[in-house]
Design a protein around this ligand. Structure first.
Ligand code: PLP
Length: 281
């Protein structure tokens, strides 16, 4: 697979980041993950906009315009020669001797392109399990920052409990997953946590909102408790890499329609139609 670091392209395994790079030393940067289906970028503009918003929120000045960044990303992906892949983009405050203060240095831009992990139908039909976990993150989770330690610890706790995702709970309400947004379906209504500084504004979430409306679901952005989630007909999570994934149990408690997952899979099918439309446009 191919990678990019500060102006040059390399095989990923050959990229070495200087020890004084601030992503390495402080996690002083932001990132994005964008999916490419059959050579077509999925919601590229939305990802670019979020990247620039995240950068602005940490006072990081990207010395490319949004269009230049888009072209650079396309160039890296083209060089990879991969048609179904994920591009990871990381922008940090550059390379400078370790000091908390902002350095007078150009930002670093790194990217990697890797084949997408395709989730086959039988895995999606089966769905995934989750745990509830305290949301121990900071006050600015709307920023896609490199600092993911609480997310990593919660995801590992899920894994050690034999589960796939940790659903984070802050002050008695569900925020989101460690790397996903969380939804429940009850009576033809899809409910998800409202956007705020406590969650990341998922790009897949934008698509799900549109798709749900197309299908005649009510789409409600309202906070809910773990108990309310457990009482839903169906529960699912979304992310760029998981797309739409049914959750069949949380903390060992089964979700009502976890056998059929009918509505979630309907939303998924409609979502995939959008992906197919990309291929023909
Ligand atoms: N929430 C968090 C904390 C995430 O890390 C992610 C993505 O990895 C998401 C939500 C889903 O965002 P998207 O749909 O843009 O991938």
């Amino acid at each position: 697979s191919i990678g990019y670091f500060n102006g040059a392209f390399y095989p990923i395994e050959q990229i070495v980041i200087p020890i004084d790079e601030r992503g390495h030393q402080f996690g002083d940067g932001v990132y994005e993950v964008i999916r490419i289906y059959e050579d077509a970028f999925f919601m590229l503009d939305e990802h670019i906009q979020r990247l620039f918003k995240s950068a602005k929120a940490i006072k990081l000045k990207i010395n490319h315009s949004e269009n230049e960044m888009k072209e650079l990303i396309k160039e890296v992906v083209a060089k990879s020669a991969l048609s179904n892949c994920d591009v990871y983009i990381q922008i940090t405050r550059g390379i400078a001797p370790r000091n908390h203060l902002f350095p007078d240095a150009p930002v670093s831009v790194s990217m990697t392109v890797k084949p997408s992990k395709v989730i086959n139908d039988s895995i999606r039909q089966k769905g995934k399990t989750a745990i509830f976990h305290e949301d121990e993150r900071w006050a600015n989770c709307h920023i896609k920052s490199l600092n993911l330690l609480p997310n990593i610890l919660a995801k590992q706790a899920a894994f050690e409990a034999g589960c796939y995702e940790a659903i984070l709970v802050k002050d008695g309400f569900v925020t989101e997953g460690t790397s996903s947004n969380v939804y429940m379906i009850t009576d033809k209504t899809i409910t998800t946590t409202p956007l705020s500084k406590h969650i990341l504004a998922g790009i897949t979430r934008i698509a799900v909102k549109e798709v749900a409306t197309e299908l005649g679901f009510q789409f409600v952005e309202k906070s809910f408790t773990p108990d309310e989630l457990l009482e839903a007909d169906e529960v699912f999570i979304t992310s760029t890499t998981n797309e739409i994934m049914p959750i069949v149990s949380i903390d060992g408690k089964s979700i009502r329609n976890s056998d059929s997952k009918e509505q979630t899979l309907t939303v998924f099918k409609q979502f995939m139609k959008r992906v197919k439309v990309l291929q023909t446009s």
